[in-house]
Write a protein that binds this ligand. Structure first.
Ligand SMILES: [Zn+2]
Length: 105
């Protein structure tokens, strides 16, 4: 298994970039709207897209924070469903996976 210190650094880097992305999206969402009616409609549509991106990013932020907690608790890489080791391959693709392929189904 990969050195957990390396995984931790990678997850923290990813977490920071997600957090700055979220605050950027927040900034855009909170910015004022145009007084023009048709422009307002376009802006609202744009807001919906950004909100979706924000929800997605926040979901990943939570997953990464949980993964970091598991590294600290020394339970990283262990499936929260069945208690078996999560395969290295799965962790490579999804470093913050909390359960194995079987339990994720
Ligand atoms: Zn499992």
């Amino acid at each position: 298994m990969q050195d957990s210190a390396i995984t931790k650094t990678e997850l923290q880097t990813r977490l920071h970039s997600l957090e700055s992305k979220v605050s950027e999206l927040e900034g855009n969402l909170r910015s004022g709207h145009s007084a023009n009616f048709s422009e307002q409609a376009a802006e609202r549509e744009n807001d919906e897209v950004m909100e979706r991106l924000e929800v997605e990013a926040l979901g990943e932020v939570v997953a990464i924070r949980n993964a970091l907690d598991r590294i600290d608790a020394d339970t990283y890489g262990i499936c929260t469903g069945c208690g078996e080791d999560i395969s290295e391959k799965r962790l490579e693709i999804l470093p913050y996976a909390s359960c194995c392929v079987t339990c994720a189904k």
